[in-house]
Design a protein around this ligand. Structure first.
Ligand code: DX5
Ligand code: ZN
Length: 218
C-alpha cells in the first residue's frame, strides 16, 4: 500500500498518559504509531524499552512501528517482537552485521525496517533490498524531536524509490516533517511520514482536537 500514511511519534506525547495519547491520535485518524527507542549510546538521549512497548501495545489498534536507535541491537530484537512490535527498524550504522539483523527481525516475526542516518548514502541498502519491508530515511540526526529538516535527504528518497523498483518496500521519513516538508518527500516517493512535534503541538490529552488538524495539515 503506497498511500500516504501518518505515523505520530509518541516521543512528543505526554509521557504520563501514553494510553490516552494513543487513543486520541488513533481517534483522529493516524495510520501507524511510531515508538522511538534510544539508548544514550548510539544516540545522545534515553527513552524506553520493551516493557513500555508491551504496556502500550493493547492501546494500539493500528501498527506499532518501533524505531531502534540502539547499539548493539541484535540481542534486543526478540524482546521487542515479544512486546508486540509490528515493524522493527534498526540502523545500518549501529552494527557491522546489518544483514544478520534484518534476518533476525523477520525471523522474530516482525516486518524489517532499515534506517539510514543523514550522512549515509542510499547505496548502503544495495544488498539488503530483498530482506527489508521498510527503509527509514532520517531527515534529522537521530536523538531528539523538534529538529530542522535536512533538505539534502529529498534526493536520497528519490534514489531509493528508483532502487526499490517493484519491491513492496515502504519509504518512511523521520525528522522535521511539517506541512511544508511533507509534500517534498511524498513527491520523491515516501509513503510513511513520522511526525512528532508537528502532530502534538497545540494539543493535550484533555484537548486532542489539534492533533487531527495537525495530521490533516501534513
Ligand atoms: C528522532 C526520532 C523521531 C522524532 C521526530 O530521533 O527518530 O521520530 O521523534 O520528531 P519531529 O517530528 O519533532 O522531528
Ligand atoms: Zn523515529
Amino acid at each position: 500500500d503506497r498511500s500516504l500514511k501518518i505515523a505520530p511519534s509518541i516521543l512528543s506525547a505526554d509521557f504520563a498518559n501514553f494510553g490516552a495519547e494513543i487513543q486520541a491520535i488513533e481517534a483522529q485518524g493516524c495510520d501507524w504509531v511510531h515508538v522511538d527507542v534510544m539508548d544514550g549510546h548510539f544516540v545522545p538521549n534515553l527513552t524506553f524499552g520493551p516493557p513500555l512497548c508491551a504496556a502500550i501495545r493493547p492501546h494500539i489498534k493500528t501498527v506499532m512501528d518501533v524505531h531502534l536507535m540502539i547499539s548493539p541491537v541484535d540481542q534486543y530484537i526478540d524482546a521487542f517482537a515479544q512486546a508486540g512490535a509490528d515493524v522493527i527498524t534498526a540502523h545500518v550504522e549501529a552494527t557491522p552485521h546489518i544483514h544478520r539483523t534484518m534476518q533476525a527481525i523477520r525471523g522474530a516475526g516482525a516486518k524489517a525496517g532499515l534506517a539510514l542516518n543523514p550522512g549515509t548514502p542510499a547505496e548502503a541498502c544495495d544488498y539488503l533490498l530483498d530482506m527489508v519491508d521498510l527503509i527509514c530515511v532520517m531527515t534529522v540526526n537521530p536523538g531528539f524531536g523538534g529538529q530542522k529538516f535536512i533538505h539534502s535527504q529529498v534526493e536520497k528518497v528519490g534514489k531509493l524509490r528508483a532502487m526499490i523498483g517493484d519491491r513492496p518496500i515502504h519509504i518512511e521519513i523521520d525528522g522535521g516533517v511539517t506541512p511544508e516538508t511533507a509534500p517534498l518527500v511524498a513527491a520523491a516517493g515516501a509513503d510513511v511520514l513520522v511526525a512528532g512535534s508537528a502532530v502534538f503541538k497545540g494539543g493535550s490529552v484533555s484537548n486532542p482536537a489539534p492533533y487531527g488538524e495537525n495530521m490533516r495539515a501534513i
